[in-house]
Design a protein around this ligand. Structure first.
Ligand code: FAD
Ligand code: NA7
Length: 522
């Protein structure tokens, strides 16, 4: 610090004169010193968005610190650097989904001639959990090394604002580290909600805990009917645990509802049970240590059942409570814990930006946070002007039969452009590999939502079936590039794949023709 002060007093005035002749890195260095800030950028939150932003900023010569701190869940679960996706989100979820698919594949393997003892299959939860945990720990380690190599300063402290240019990190030992900075990016993400009912916090778990449970989940109630609920219910059921999903209203709010119903029906076909139009009212411990859940239906009927695990997947709350935003003058979006930003992710305070799940009204997805985080850094430190485009972001629900989509749902397209202007091409299909093990093809279905006239620009693509994420990713690029039905149907497919079914669409919903395939096994 003494060096900085000396530099500021002795050299900076001269530096001002020569900045026209030195590169932008030196200019920024001098500007930071003149403004008396220790950092160009402090990022609060070391998850998908925060880390991407920090690394990109450093690559453009900025001096950057990232604060990351994980508060233990009410059940005491905690984890390392990297945020939700790596530790308690996408990564452990995908690994458990893969474990579920493999269990299914063993049964299929028998039909394909493999000599496997499929009737005595049993998942060893402790092996799965340990291997998932080991992978996550290795990612935590690599992330840390990467930050060190890239010269991003990592501070394992809980951040809060002292003013708009001062962030304080509260360290594990409760000491405080004060950081002054020109810019701040808030990337604190969110944490799972608990319902306000007796016993929920005491006995319930969330996605923060499920991937690292020390004892196997056993008979499980999953409360919630969206993305995380259906994914968790899917793999738990596949592992052989009696699994019930408690649905308050609809499945997969915000997604195409025809597809959402299919995802749920496909899960039910595999054994997941559903308690429709029901909410929990209390969780109590029984004498033998299990959990009695009392619930109420929409018609007011009371019921109860006993479970080993109660998993709440009822949405997430942005982690803005600890930030002391008022000290910096940052305002929350009215009535929410999230932050409203303009089209360059800037909050109402000029030097403070936000990215990722903390944003109001943006998709809560890792690649969205990463992309937007990088763009912020490029605009702040590399003179770029490109803005984040939140439209047509492809996503996949890793439910037992996966659902991938990009663009508008059928109902959103109709609401936006009118029923007369929208055409839907659809088809049921039969994946070749399903025939020998005689897997159900009842919910293998896809559709393209498009304008009715002209070349029929595609507004949305929806696919329920195997490897949905892999199928829909490439089509996501095509939709971004302005895909039309004309181009889609003029694309030669790869045979025999399920993705090629998009290129074979010929039946429109409005025709009323049967979209089931005519042949049994082509
Ligand atoms: P996060 O990754 O949540 O990172 C925020 C970090 O900031 C955390 O480490 C937090 O502890 C820390 N923090 C909070 N407050 C402070 C503070 N005051 N000071 C310091 N640090 C703080 N997305 C996908 O794209 N694909 C998927 O398949 C997928 N599956 C998911 C499955 C589950 C079960 C869950 C829960 C999420 C899933 N997501 C998925 C969503 C994805 O994880 C998030 O969109 C993404 O992690 C958001 O990144 P972020 O940077 O906004 O926040
Ligand atoms: P979502 O998408 O916010 O969904 C929450 C689900 O929980 C939804 O089905 C809700 O039903 C239900 N819910 C909400 N509150 C309650 C209560 N109190 N009781 C019962 N059920 C309730 O959250 P997710 O956790 O699935 O996913 C969040 C993001 O993380 C997602 O976008 C992914 O990108 C990753 P509703 O439809 O409101 O009746």
């Amino acid at each position: 610090m003494a060096f900085f002060n000396l530099f500021r007093r002795q050299i900076a005035p001269v530096g001002l004169v020569v900045t026209t002749n030195i590169n932008h890195l030196h200019r920024r260095f001098l500007s930071r010193l003149q403004e008396n800030f220790e950092y160009d950028l402090v990022v609060i939150g070391g998850g998908s968005g925060g880390l991407a932003c920090a690394k990109e900023a450093v690559a453009h010569g900025a001096k950057v610190a990232v604060l990351d701190f994980v508060k233990p869940s009410p059940q005491g679960t905690k984890w390392g650097l990297g945020g939700t996706c790596v530790n308690v989100g996408c990564i452990p979820k995908k690994l458990m989904h893969q474990a579920a698919l493999l269990g299914e594949a063993v049964h299929e393997a028998a039909a394909y001639g493999w000599n496997v003892d499929k009737d005595n299959l049993k998942l060893d939860w402790s092996v799965l959990r340990q291997n998932v945990e080991n992978h996550i720990k290795s990612v935590n380690w690599v992330t840390r090394v990467d930050l060190r190599d890239k010269k991003v300063e990592y501070i394992n402290g809980l951040g809060y604002f002292k003013d708009k240019n001062t962030v304080v990190a509260v360290m594990k030992n409760k000491t405080e580290k004060v950081l002054t900075t020109k810019y701040v990016v808030i990337a604190v993400g969110g944490r799972p909600n608990y319902p306000d009912i007796p016993g929920a916090l005491e006995y319930g778990i969330t996605s923060d805990d499920v991937f690292s449970l020390k004892t196997e989940p056993g008979k499980t109630l999953v409360v919630g009917a969206s993305y995380i609920a259906l994914e968790c219910a899917g793999f738990l059921n596949a592992f052989g645990y009696d699994t019930t999903v408690m649905v308050r209203s609809i499945f997969l709010r915000g997604f195409d509802q025809q597809m959402a119903e299919m995802v749920a029906a496909a899960a039910a076909e595999k054994g997941v049970k559903f308690l429709q139009k029901t909410v929990p009212s209390a969780v109590e411990k029984t004498e033998d240590g299990r959990l009695l859940v009392r619930y109420t239906s929409a018609e007011g009927q009371q019921g109860s059942d006993v479970f080993d695990t109660v998993l709440f997947a009822i949405g997430r709350k942005a982690c803005t409570d600890d930030l002391q935003l008022q000290a910096a003058g940052v305002k929350l979006h009215p009535g929410s814990h999230k932050l409203a930003v303009n089209d360059i992710e800037q909050t109402n305070v000029e030097n403070i930006y936000a990215v990722g799940d903390v944003l109001q009204g943006k998709p809560e997805l890792t690649p969205v946070a990463i992309h937007a985080g990088r763009l912020i850094a490029r605009r702040l430190f590399a003179g770029a002007t490109q803005k984040m485009d939140y439209a047509d972001v492809a996503t996949t629900v890793f439910s037992p039969l996966e659902y991938g989509c990009v663009g508008l749902s059928e109902e959103d397209a109709i609401a936006k452009f009118g029923e007369d202007n929208v055409e839907v091409y659809h088809a049921y299909y039969k994946p070749t590999e399903f025939f020998i093990p005689q897997k159900s093809v009842r919910y293998c279905y896809l559709k393209a939502v498009a304008f009715k006239s002209g070349d029929q620009k595609v507004l949305g693509l929806h696919y329920v079936g195997p490897v949905a994420g892999e199928v829909i990713q490439g089509f996501g690029a095509a939709v971004k590039a302005g895909l039309t039905i004309k181009i889609l149907l003029n694309t030669v497919g790869i045979h025999p794949t399920t993705a090629e079914e998009f290129t074979r669409l010929s039946i429109t919903k409005s025709s009323g023709l049967d979209p089931t395939p005519a042949t049994c096994c082509s």
